[in-house]
Write a protein that binds this ligand. Structure first.
Ligand code: OAD
Length: 245
């Protein structure tokens, strides 16, 4: 059922009365910018599932293939712009005294839009790390060579993103949990909420007494456990939520 005006007013009033708001976003918030989601129909690249290429095993077996995939994504992302959902979260950050934005996306669109207190749980596609000396640098070259090498030591570079089977950076994870535990209201936007630990954040927020509002095109496995589910496009609903705040 599509979100109605009363639901939007309710969510807006929770935001207005909150000192601390934390937002969790997933691929769905970038869909209207043209970024393919992971589990949708278009979550395929040359017949491979993104989820099969984003693994340390795939990189060890065939780094060129994995870099070709990331070069394709870098090329696509370089020309894409934030959409009204990203911009609405920048507005929200300006209005709320303590605001945190946790994203599972690596597409950099929240930063491009102007969000500041950003926690990128899964890394960032424009950051690379040397597999030998571990040097981490921002690199916006498009495309990178098929096997890009570290300017410091010549080692093979890899994208600084979290692949399936890898641990999240403990400091980043702690920041995400802290923002989750302390918020009065949490917005969960455009995530299918199946990948841990991001998927558990909404439930932790709820257990700590926060109001949790989901914005998604469709119901997710968590919808029934949350306070309010606004069904529809993030790019349409988020601007309505922050209107007049
Ligand atoms: P998914 O592709 O699993 O889910 C996208 C969600 O966005 C779905 O629930 C859609 O219904 C919803 N959606 C799509 N378009 C939308 C729109 N315009 N407005 C609102 N909602 C919309 O993506 P994630 O949940 O982000 O991890 O996936 C989580 C993680 O799994 C990713 O960060 C990635 C992936 O494998 C790693 O790479 C480690």
């Amino acid at each position: 059922m599509a979100a109605d005006d009363a639901d939007i007013r309710q969510a807006r009033s929770w935001l207005t009365s909150s000192e601390r708001v934390t937002v969790l976003t997933g691929a769905g918030i970038s869909a209207e910018s043209g970024v393919p989601t992971f589990r949708g129909e278009d979550g395929l690249w040359q017949g491979f599932r993104a989820t099969d290429l984003a693994t340390p095993q795939a990189f060890a077996r065939d780094p060129k293939l994995v870099w070709n995939f990331y070069n394709w994504r870098r090329q696509l992302l370089a020309s894409l712009q934030p959409n009204p959902a990203h911009t609405a979260l920048v507005t929200l950050e300006e209005k709320i005294p303590h605001f945190s934005l946790i994203t599972q996306n690596i597409d950099d669109l929240h930063r491009k839009a102007g969000s500041k207190n950003l926690i990128e749980m899964h890394g960032n596609i424009w950051i690379v790390r040397c597999t030998r000396c571990q040097e981490v640098t921002r690199n916006e070259e498009v495309p990178l060579p098929e096997l890009p090498s570290c300017p410091e030591c010549g080692g093979l570079l890899r994208p600084q993103v979290v692949w399936f089977g890898e641990q999240l950076d403990p400091d980043i994870l702690e920041r995400a949990f802290a923002a989750t535990r302390s918020c009065d209201t949490m917005l969960v936007v455009g995530t299918s909420a199946v990948v841990q630990p991001a998927a558990s954040l909404a439930i932790i927020a709820k257990e700590q007494g926060a109001r949790v509002v989901e914005v998604n095109l469709e119901p997710t496995v968590y919808t029934h456990q949350l306070d309010l589910a606004l069904q529809g496009k993030a790019g349409e609903l988020l601007p309505q939520l922050v209107e007049g705040l």
